[in-house]
Design a protein around this ligand. Structure first.
Ligand SMILES: [Cu+2]
Length: 119
């Protein structure tokens, strides 16, 4: 009887999981941290998306200087990526405009911009 109840609970739980919709990603963009003669920059420096899209950024940090940050304050995106690792952030571009991107760890790290085009 105990095993039957456990089996029923497991089946019920799996059914609930199957019904939870996964977040639909509208756009995936790879961004690479680049370093040339001591200057660091996330490339592409300008990221363009459409208003309303759910965006996933895959952040690749291969620079020899170690950990770097990636921040878009207007969309509450903030993460740090260690050398040799790939970070991932997801956000909804729910407002149009031009928004600064920076490395919150190094003020000298060249910033970029997120351009959200009006739908
Ligand atoms: Cu940095």
């Amino acid at each position: 009887m105990k095993n039957f109840v456990c089996l029923m609970l497991l089946t019920f739980s799996l059914n609930l999981l199957a019904q939870v919709p996964a977040t639909k990603i509208d756009r995936v963009i790879k961004v690479v941290n680049h370093e040339f003669e001591g200057t660091k920059q996330w490339v592409p420096g300008t990221i363009v998306v459409m208003e309303g899209e759910t965006v996933e950024l895959q952040l690749i940090n291969n620079v020899p200087s170690g950990i770097h940050g990636f921040e878009i304050n207007d969309f509450k995106v903030s993460t740090s990526i260690k050398k040799g690792e790939v970070g991932k952030v997801t956000f909804k571009a729910d407002k149009a405009g031009i928004f600064p991107i920076n490395c919150q760890l190094h003020p000298a790290h060249v910033g970029g911009q997120l351009v959200v085009l009006k739908k």
